[in-house]
Design a protein around this ligand. Structure first.
Ligand SMILES: Nc1ncnc2c1ncn2[C@@H]1O[C@H](COP(=O)(O)OP(=O)(O)OP(=O)(O)O)[C@@H](O)[C@H]1O
Ligand SMILES: [Mg+2]
Length: 704
């Protein structure tokens, strides 16, 4: 054999070895995921063996025989409070059963979608039982809202948090000792883990037989496997140890099986009854929009979306990546005439409270938040200025829209360049990159139903989307383009750079590629090239690597395990590309029937006025759902109104509401699209592509 031949074969063999190594790496990654799942399943199995099935217990009949929807002693009392105090005519899925299980003295674990109605599951038992119920909740803003809402219903509710004054604290401690004066007490988890004084008062309350129920809201915060772990939640196990006979109710919107077992173990409720509802939020319209590279353009688009779709100050949230960005976006929205303010973890308690109050009283249309912002009010829209760090986080954040069941919108602005910003923050977290890439897949996809991505993520069987996401609703002008050749060029270019010890970020890679290969720039737009890099990362052809500097962590794009497959033409790479006009264009044409009708608009205004007179929130006066039922039925007597909103609200606000209805009916105003102004009436509209004709209406071409 000639030396040259040997060298050639050696080269060939080495190339093949590298190729095999790449494939092994992908298989090893797969194996790691499988090991992880294996240990998860083993842990679950162990928990099952140790505790028994969560539904079947030793000293209670198995679930199959436990009929929580049957007849119970408290039925008529519960019905009375449900309707006349809470103004709720019908239970939502599982609420009735959960309330019955709690009232029967059982520990209960509730997994129910955001806005599903978890609060009623502990608030109603709390007023049905004698004594005081304790509710642990993670956010002061959330607690403030709940307490304000309950007080508006004449339910004695209080809160004990870092913001509680001395006088109020004294009053609460007295109430705990006597078992009267407070019916529902909200506390932050820190009170349980850090305040010995509070715990001793709680023990006294229990000793006197006055502690009727313990509810742990947002219980996923207990688990390290959950997406929002809070160290103080870890200590809540003490409650069941100290008060074993008091029924405990743990509630959350999101918990994988692993998290569920973790919760049961940490809270010491192995024999709890478990209720799991669907994650589906049929009233939410999910959409992803391409994010412009110029910051100002993004804000223009957000402002335009809010002004066009929500001209009557309907409130919403804009989520941002960083605190600085929150402040900038809020300021820019204000410059464009939208009443917006920011809310983030760096603010002191006073400023946060101020923003929260303005928001609760409908003085602000938009909250720009960097952290998970808990608040009970109806939000019509949730906009993500940047992508979230996982599907779970996005589900929770977007789930803040339409909590009372009214159709609402969740819009995410996605740009490939936002991926390294997030990845450099999460790469060291448990499955951080894997979780991030899941939501990146959701954003990149221009064809797959958005809703189905949630079902898959939470291991739930698929349900119909009913045209309630952009990919299902809009007729598709998306084509799948084979970009294997472009991918090959990119990989080989990056390989050359790497061999010369040059590191490139995503944006640098695209820039340099465009300079080096002019032809590629002619075929693919810059955004599409960025999209290609992300696609290659998702497919393990490229990978991200991270390097710390004194000021930041940088994400660089490197050759990944399957790069060789692309170079050898063994792997096809495809991109979903808009053929002509993209969805951003389509979205501008969306006119929704989500806007309020004339009657609804009047009632919305009235509830704002009434709420400021009564020192409460508009939502506590009338929920969006109640407004919509009143508008449809137009009751003209106290009795008729009572059937919709219950006795208490009718007594308090009934005369004003009936007066408003009468004024409206007498005025002969057509009950449609009043609020959209004159121009909208002229526009002929046509129904968009939805199966059940429920939500979306698209304006005609004249509308452009
Ligand atoms: N049976 C019902 N009928 C009509 N409205 C209801 C019913 N139950 C609850 N609601 C309303 O639904 C809204 C959401 O309820 P709630 O705040 O309890 O949701 P949640 O499940 O705690 O959501 P989150 O996970 O976002 O905290 C509230 O406005 C509440 O008044
Ligand atoms: Mg809740």
């Amino acid at each position: 054999m000639e030396t040259e031949e040997i060298l050639a074969e050696l080269d060939n063999v080495e190339t093949q070895i590298q190729d095999v190594q790449g494939q092994i790496q992908v298989l090893l990654d797969q194996q790691e995921k499988l090991y992880e799942r294996q240990s998860e399943l083993k842990a679950i199995l162990e928990a099952c063996r140790a505790f028994g099935s969560p539904k079947a217990t030793d000293d209670a009949p198995p679930t199959a025989l436990e009929d929580w929807s049957g007849t119970f002693d408290w039925d008529s009392k519960a019905d009375h409070y449900k309707f006349h105090v809470f103004g709720i005519s019908k239970y939502r899925a599982n609420q009735h059963e959960i309330i019955n299980a709690v009232m029967s003295g059982r520990d209960v674990l509730v997994i129910m979608a955001a806005g599903g109605g978890k609060s009623l599951c502990y608030q109603l038992p709390a007023i049905l039982c004698d004594g005081i119920s304790l509710v642990v909740s993670p956010l002061i803003s959330l607690i403030q809202d709940q307490v304000m809402g309950l007080k508006a219903l004449d339910i004695p509710a209080s809160m004990l948090t870092s913001t509680t004054g001395k006088e109020e604290e004294k009053f609460i401690y007295k109430a705990l000792e006597k078992g009267e004066g407070v019916k529902i007490l909200y506390v932050t988890p820190e009170k349980i883990s850090k305040s010995k004084r509070f715990m001793s008062k709680l023990e006294k309350c229990h000793h006197g037989g006055h502690l009727s129920l313990i509810a742990i809201d947002e219980a996923h915060c207990c688990s390290q496997w959950g997406h929002d772990f809070r160290p103080d939640y870890k200590n809540l196990g003490i409650l069941k140890i100290q008060f074993p006979k008091v029924p405990m109710l743990a509630l959350t919107a999101t918990a994988t099986q692993k998290v569920q077992y973790d919760l049961m173990e940490m809270l010491h409720i192995p024999k709890c009854v478990k209720f799991v509802s669907t994650v589906n939020r049929p009233n939410l319209f999910y959409m992803v929009r391409e994010k412009a590279s110029v910051a100002k353009v993004v804000i223009d688009e957000i402002a335009e979306f809010i002004e066009e779709c929500y001209p009557n100050n309907e409130s919403g949230i804009v989520y941002c990546f960083s605190r600085k960005e929150c402040e900038q976006v809020a300021a820019e929205l204000r410059e464009r005439g939208i009443s917006a303010d920011y809310y983030h973890a760096d603010m002191d308690v006073k400023s946060r409270e101020k923003v929260h109050m303005r928001w609760s009283k409908n003085k602000l249309q938009v909250i720009v938040g960097g952290i998970w912002y808990g608040n009970q009010q109806t939000r019509w829209f949730v906009i993500h200025h940047s992508l979230s760090k996982s599907m779970e986080t996005y589900y929770q954040e977007s789930g803040r829209a339409g909590r009372d069941g009214a159709p609402s919108e969740c819009l995410l602005f996605f740009r490939p360049a936002d991926v390294p910003r997030q990845s450099s923050m999460v790469f060291y977290e448990n499955s951080g990159l894997q979780n991030l890439y899941d939501i990146v897949r959701y954003c990149q996809s221009k064809r797959q139903c958005r809703r189905s991505a949630f079902f898959r993520h939470f291991s739930e069987s698929l349900q119909d989307c009913n045209g309630m996401c952009d990919n299902c609703a809009f007729s598709s002008d998306i084509i799948e383009v084979d970009v294997s050749e472009h991918a090959k060029m990119m990989v080989s270019f990056l390989q050359d750079m790497q061999e010369n010890d040059q590191r490139l970020t995503l944006l640098q890679l695209v820039d340099k590629m465009k300079n080096k290969h002019k032809e590629i720039g002619a075929e693919l737009k810059r955004e599409e090239l960025e999209q290609l890099v992300i696609q290659l990362i998702l497919e393990s052809v490229l990978k991200e690597e991270f390097q710390h500097t004194a000021y930041a962590t940088n994400a660089y794009v490197k050759i990944g395990p399957l790069a060789r497959q692309v170079l050898q033409g063994k792997k096809t790479v495809k991109l979903e590309i808009s053929s002509k006009q993209n969805k951003a264009g389509n979205l501008k044409k969306v006119k929704r029937s989500l806007t309020l009708s004339g009657m609804e608009f009047k009632l919305d205004k009235l509830r704002k006025e009434l709420s400021s007179c009564h020192g409460t929130t508009p939502h506590a006066v009338l929920s969006a759902q109640q407004i919509s039922v009143i508008s449809a039925q137009k009751p003209n007597s106290t009795e008729e109104l009572e059937k919709i909103i219950g006795k208490l609200k009718t007594e308090r606000y009934g005369s004003k509401i009936l007066e408003e209805i009468k004024k409206f009916v007498d005025s002969d105003e057509p009950d449609y699209d009043k609020l959209n102004g004159e121009s909208s009436k002229k526009r002929p509209t046509k129904k968009r592509k939805t199966k059940n004709n429920v939500v979306l209406i698209e304006s005609s071409e004249d509308d452009k």
